[in-house]
Design a protein around this ligand. Structure first.
Ligand code: HT7
Ligand code: ZN
Length: 873
């Protein structure tokens, strides 16, 4: 398992200008014939050997310019095939055989519920045929798919269908042409018994595009939301980025077995069924919103990724960070913008910060990797998006749009680098982004220690900011970053944002200061009253900000800050201070006392009308156990759980009537629609119900059971079932679970929810339930959704996964060992919780390391090997 280094990048010695493929499909013996038109790179040596990637292929024949090559003319080497001498221009033909039915890694061509499908990003195409499988080799493709007419009536590939016909032996074929040059990772093929829903979209220039969503027959009624989302995304990209779709046909296919959410193959997006199928009876509001954002994300890749792609995989965030930023802005525009930001940041600060603080920390642009699949991470995606957001805020939205226009125009049809993208932004804005580039190179979460002083005599507010980025593996020393800090000064008397004057320049009432040095003091003049600073508004940079706020100041910001995000954050900080005290009390065996300031802050929230109910729901939600753990120097799993439960119950006891009223006021009999208004109403109602269930309130319990029985929509049913199963009312939970399981036994996506609800319960039998459910006929280790729903969800059940007898760790290790054989990508991802062992007490550290060592002793895939090596380094 050797690492690849960014520094060693070399352009390909040979390009492919046109690729023709014929697939003769068979589960155990698919024949792939390839014809590649190849040309030597002008700068490559005339004796440069030709290397083609290839893995898990059985070679049948190879011919160069029509002459069959025998075994002396080429060499089969590790990871591919080499031909020592080739002409400047030539045609290479090959025939190989592959076995899709044996492919449990779900990379390359595989079978899912009887259909054939492909996943080629990042390096899956080399499992299909011999090819220069790298993103800087771009070709036009013509693909013929031959299949059994009865079993595979539908045969799809990228681009437009140009020919179809019947063949002997009950077989048929369809030929597809994709006129846009593309790298091999965007190739796709699907074949099977599929049914389509069709719609249309007229582009801004008046071209008609046919839109198709292909699914299994029983899912035809679950496509409407994805189709509506697709049309919204197409319009948004035209209006916001001036980007128009470029083929006559856009297809989405839903498959049940898929390693990630979806894949942006040119004209033929392949989706995990969980990321496309929705129905009010089977999918929650959260799932509806996830589908909308993933459909948009994949569609946006058509420009940010497909038309302009990555030179090499170190540049992955070029397409992923930018596209996540684009999908975040889209979701904010079509839903509640503040809630979208709060949700994204809450997730980011929990999960990406943890990644940045662990042994697998890496920069947004890593400089080496062993297995690129391990680098589809929160850092590449989400931190990459935060970096693009900072760029946008630094140069302004208008310049950012000019920069993106320039980028798409200048690099259309090319494979480029992050520098190319940033250079466009610098060119249109005149900004010096040299220091900013460090965001791409330095791993770790920067921390800012801030303090402020108000000088009554001179009317000045002095704000000092000091930045440091902790050491991460391979990067002991960090340089100062260019950090944009958006801020306001909220007057303590007026409760209003004060005018900001810095070095004689007016910044309005909501400005951005630029922290570039290790330490800088910003002196605001003409400050008429003592302020409370509202810092890092809208989370203007992906950093940890420490400011010695008093609880009174936080309560003040919670009600007075004009920035919605920081109002929410003030509430989270206030709750965190109370939680810190309670964690200490639990550890020291001291009686826990609830902070009345938190209760009063919640009372105010509950009694002040708030228009955006989804925001209210967020504000009433306590920091998660995972987030609280992130804030602790040493994670005390039990103390965190006990402290959070204590706060939940104290709030529910003190504000029982208010929560009851909130629940009752937000009941609705309207027909389900995933609108921001309805989602907000359901969120707030279900948050209230959770508080009532935390204290065993009779009325709350009755409402919970009634909500389950009413069976109005999956959001409400799932919440009611979860609250019952996570309560001590087994006599109510057991029949509800049974009824739900029987009713939805035929629907894999609902069964995923059924699994998750059971293994996330806080009671001590959660692990035994996992063991039991792993034997359930609906569970399979070969299906990534099932693995995530059962094993992944259990690993998030912190008090049970981190049991002191080590059984949680042992169970995960057993699963990873099994998955390492079946699906290395998913195996490596499942390992993540064990890699964070340094954060726990000695006893747990020893048990977690023991589990890691046991995995290490196995013959490992590159994916698992790389993660284990880092975790145990
Ligand atoms: N660009 C897509 C990446 C992806 C992927 C990567 C590795 C293994 C399986 C995969 N499936 C999809 C997803 C996206 O960011 O849109
Ligand atoms: Zn993506």
């Amino acid at each position: 398992h050797q690492p690849v280094h960014l520094q060693e990048y070399q352009p390909p010695a040979y390009q492919v200008s046109h690729t023709e493929l014929t697939f003769d499909l068979d589960p155990a013996a698919t024949r792939v014939s390839a014809r590649l038109d190849m040309t030597r790179h002008p700068e490559a040596a005339s004796d440069a050997p030709l290397f083609l990637h290839g893995e898990y292929l059985t070679l049948h024949s190879l011919a160069l310019d029509g002459t069959v090559l025998d075994e002396g003319d080429y060499r089969l080497v590790e990871g591919g095939l080499e031909i020592a001498r080739v002409p400047e221009r030539f045609v290479l033909e090959s025939v190989v055989e592959i076995a899709p039915c044996e492919n449990t890694a779900l990379e390359g061509l595989y079978q899912s519920s009887g259909m054939y499908c492909t996943q080629c990003e990042a390096e899956g195409f080399r499992r299909i045929t011999y090819y220069p499988d790298r993103p800087d080799v771009m070709a036009t493709f013509k693909v013929t798919v031959i299949g059994d007419k009865a079993k595979s009536p539908v045969l799809l590939a990228n681009g437009n269908p140009v020919e179809r016909g019947e063949l002997d032996g009950g077989r048929h074929f369809v030929t597809w042409e994709d006129p846009h040059p593309k790298p091999s990772y965007l190739f796709a093929l699907v074949a099977g018994e599929l049914y389509k829903v069709e719609d249309g979209f007229t582009t801004q220039s008046g071209r008609d595009v046919t839109l198709q969503i292909w699914v299994e027959e029983e899912n035809l009624d679950k496509t409407a939301h994805a189709m509506a989302s697709l049309k919204r995304a197409m319009r948004w990209d035209e209006e916001t980025y001036g980007r128009e779709y470029d083929l006559d046909l856009f297809m989405i296919v839903a498959v049940n077995d898929f390693n990630m959410g979806a894949m942006e193959n040119k004209g033929l997006n392949i989706f995990n069924s969980a990321a496309v199928l929705t129905h009010p009876h089977t999918a929650t509001d959260q799932a509806f919103q996830r589908v909308e954002s993933i459909v948009a994300h994949e569609y946006f890749h058509n420009w940010s990724g497909n038309r302009v792609t990555c030179r090499d995989w170190f540049q992955l965030s070029l397409k992923e960070g930018f596209t996540v930023f684009r999908d975040q802005c889209f979701s904010a525009d079509v839903n509640s913008a503040p809630v979208k930001r709060i949700e994204d940041v809450a997730f980011f600060r929990t999960a990406q910060f943890a990644e940045d603080a662990g042994p697998t920390a890496h920069p947004v642009r890593p400089d080496h990797y062993i297995e690129i699949t391990n680098f589809y991470t929160l850092t590449i995606y989400e931190k990459g998006a935060e970096v693009v957001r900072m760029l946008c805020n630094l140069i302004g939205a208008e310049a950012f749009r000019r920069g993106s226009d320039l980028y798409f125009e200048r690099f259309d049809g090319q494979a480029v680098t992050i520098e190319d993208f940033v250079a466009c932004m610098a060119e249109v804005s005149g900004a010096d982004l040299t220091q900013f580039m460090r965001w791409y190179a330095q791993a770790g979460t920067p921390e800012i220690d801030a303090y402020g002083e108000y000088d009554y005599v001179h009317g000045e507010y002095r704000l000092t900011l000091r930045q440091r980025t902790p050491a991460t593996p391979g990067q002991p020393f960090k340089k100062p970053l260019h950090i944009p800090v958006r801020l306001g000064l909220v007057g303590t008397k007026s409760g209003q944002d004060l005018r900001l004057t810095l070095a004689g320049e007016s910044l309005g009432t909501d400005g951005v200061i630029h922290l570039r040095e290790e330490e800088q003091t910003f002196v605001f003049t003409e400050v008429a009253e003592a302020p409370v600073p509202s810092l890092l508004r809208d989370f203007s940079a992906p950093v940890k900000l420490h400011f010695p706020y008093s609880r009174e100041e936080l309560a003040f910001l919670l009600t007075h800050d004009s920035d919605g995000f920081n109002r929410w954050d003030a509430g989270q900080r206030l709750a965190m201070l109370a939680l810190d005290d309670l964690i200490a009390a639990h550890r020291n065996g001291v009686e826990k006392v609830m902070d009345s300031r938190v209760v009063e802050a919640f009372r105010l929230l509950l009694t002040t009308p708030m228009e955006d109910k989804a925001v209210l729901a967020e504000m009433l939600t306590l920091p998660s156990e995972a987030y609280i753990a992130e804030q602790q120097p040493l994670v005390d799993v039990d103390a965190i759980h006990a402290a959070r439960e204590f706060v939940r119950q104290s709030l529910a006891l003190a504000l029982r009537d208010e929560f009851l009223a909130l629940y009752e006021d937000n009941q609705s009999q309207e027909a389900y629609a995933p609108t921001p208004e309805q989602i907000g109403q359901r969120s707030v109602k279900n948050v209230a119900l959770a508080y009532l269930m935390a204290i065993d309130d009779d009325q709350g319990l009755a409402y919970c059971q009634a909500q389950f029985d009413a069976n109005h929509n999956m959001t409400d049913v799932r919440q009611a079932l979860t609250l019952l199963v996570h309560s001590e009312h087994n006599h109510l939970a057991a029949p509800a679970l049974k009824a739900f399981g029987e009713k939805w036994a035929h629907d894999p996506l609902v069964m995923d929810q059924w699994f998750t609800i059971q293994v996330t319960r806080p009671q001590s039998d959660a692990l035994e339930r996992v063991e039991h459910l792993m034997q359930h006929p609906a569970f399979s280790l070969k299906n990534p959704n099932k693995v995530r729903a059962l094993i992944g969800a259990f690993a998030q059940n912190r008090i049970n996964f981190h049991r002191l007898d080590g059984k949680g760790y042992a169970l995960l290790a057993d699963v990873v060992i099994e998955l390492n054989r079946l699906n290395p990508d998913v195996a490596a991802r499942m390992l993540t919780p064990l890699t964070r062992w340094q954060r726990f007490d000695d006893a747990r550290q020893a048990l977690m390391r023991q589990a890691l060592e046991r995995i290490k002793a196995e013959p490992l895939s590159a994916n698992v090997y790389e993660v284990i090596e880092k975790a145990l380094a």
